[in-house]
Design a protein. Structure first.
Length: 457
């Protein structure tokens, strides 16, 4: 008999979570003004809001926390962290930051100015936010296949090289760099192939542009390359990661994802000049260049986490759990983005709730239904997140209207995944009765989804 797949860790410490009643959840979500970010976490049974900073650190990471050196400058923790980043990425100059968007803030303060155009593959919302805040523009050059959730393509995070070249040809003088997000969160946790990275690098060289990688889930990207790209089957995750980063001039990293820590991030760069310019903003926004908004213990945990996060067995356990949830939903006939992404399952809300008008926030409506059904918290990756156009202030309706179920690393068991799938199946079975969504009562001028207030239509 073939042995079933089992997790490559065992559990040493547990955290109780509480079930609630439907009536309680209906009340709580109303009080939260139908924004899932406003819910107290104790009102949530299975929290799939994000995989960011929500992972379980290992015993080795916790022991590294005790060893943290809290010196302001020259701490051994900084050196341990810097050496790990250099070792994993191959990039020489390293600056810590308190999370991914802080790394973006520091680097973009040097590189982005008003009127610039920054092409990439479905920029993450904070990346786009930092670009638009500087009155520059993010241009999405993702391949069209990414926007058809039914289409199976091994690398839906890929850049469309023709689209990218068109931007570079037309606006070359306004482009400070190209950004590649690996894996691409906004298109469904989809990877970018080495072949595509090479092609983007070639164009960057042709037009004399930098290539920056938003690397939050670089290890999951490397895992998919190993499984799906010819010639990489026998390479280790770390060898593949090194090759990926060999095409980059710099990277930003949210360590809250693939470095499996609760807080942290960094920038790594090849060029000393860029590093020196970044240090100025680092000191202004994040702190001295040896800690960047983090404690020494956090730097130690990142260093250890970078090694654990790039182990094949760990990644296999992780991605297979995401696949388990996705495959169960497919068994029930529920429409999801395929292939299943690395960190999350993305439910196609437009196909799930065809009766709800796009003006009434389809994916948000589905996420609220799921919370009421079983206390499961997902997140809208759709019209609320796409935000309003900075010039016209009108809603932008993205091609994909998704509800993301992001799975924290090493936190939930497969039984939790079965519960989530069953809850969605119940909603699926009564989907024809869901005809209306929500309207906005209050919204922030930028990145509104975090704080938006809604009312039921
Ligand atoms: C692809 C990507 N880039 C950047 C960020 C921002 O990182 P942080 O949340 O640590 O600021 C995220 C966070 O989810 C992300 O998914």
């Amino acid at each position: 008999m073939e042995l079933p797949f089992a997790e490559s860790y065992r559990i040493k410490m547990v955290e109780p979570i509480r079930r609630s009643t439907r009536a309680e959840r209906e009340q709580w979500i109303k009080e939260a003004r139908y924004n899932l970010f406003n819910l107290k976490s104790e009102y949530v049974f299975v929290d799939l809001l994000t995989d960011s900073g929500t992972g379980a650190m290992s015993d080795r990471q916790w022991s590294e926390m005790i060893l943290g050196d809290e010196s302001y400058a020259g701490a051994s923790s900084f050196h341990k962290f810097m050496n790990a980043v250099r070792d994993i990425t191959g990039l020489e100059y390293v600056l810590p930051a308190h999370q991914g968007r802080a790394a973006e803030n520091v680097l973009f303060s040097v590189l982005v100015k008003e009127g610039d155009i920054i092409p990439g593959n479905s920029h993450f919302d904070t990346t786009k936010g930092h670009i638009e805040y500087r009155k520059a523009k993010a241009v999405d050059c993702t391949i069209d296949e990414a926007f058809d959730t039914t289409l199976i393509h091994p690398f839906k995070g890929n850049v469309d090289i023709a689209k990218l070249e068109k931007v570079l040809k037309e606006h070359g003088n306004k482009v400070p760099f190209i950004i590649l997000t690996i894996t691409c969160n906004s298109s469904g946790g989809q990877p970018v192939s080495i072949e595509n990275m090479k092609a983007v690098r070639k164009l960057a060289d042709k037009y004399g542009k930098k290539l920056i990688m938003d690397s939050a889930r670089f290890a999951e990207n490397a895992y998919f390359i190993k499984l799906r790209e010819e010639g990489y089957q026998f390479k280790t995750i770390r060898e593949i990661a090194r090759e990926m980063f060999s095409f980059a001039d710099a990277l930003t990293m949210s360590a809250k994802k693939d470095a499996i820590v609760n807080i942290g991030g960094f920038i790594a760069m090849r060029d000393k000049e860029l590093f020196c310019s970044s240090c100025v903003f680092e000191i202004m926004y994040e702190g001295f260049i040896h800690y960047g908004g983090l404690a020494g213990r956090d730097l130690n945990a990142i260093a250890q986490g970078l090694y654990e996060g790039t182990e094949f067995d760990y990644l296999e356990t992780r991605v297979k759990q995401v696949e388990l949830l996705g495959n169960r939903l497919l068994d029930y006939g529920i429409p999801i983005q395929q292939p299943i992404g690395g960190h999350a399952v993305f439910v196609d809300a437009k196909r799930f709730l065809p009766h709800v008008r796009k003006e009434e926030f389809v994916a948000q409506t589905l996420a609220i239904q799921l919370y009421i059904e079983a206390g499961v918290r997902g997140v809208e990756i759709g019209t609320l997140l796409a935000d309003r156009d900075p010039v016209t202030r009108e809603n932008r309706y993205p091609e994909l209207e998704l509800m993301r179920l992001a799975i924290p690393r090493r936190v939930y068991t497969n039984n939790h995944m079965e519960l989530v799938a069953a809850a969605l199946k119940n909603i699926w079975d009564r989907r024809d009765t869901i005809k209306h969504g929500y309207r906005v009562v209050r919204e922030a001028p930028i990145m509104r989804h975090f704080t938006v207030e809604l009312e039921k239509i």
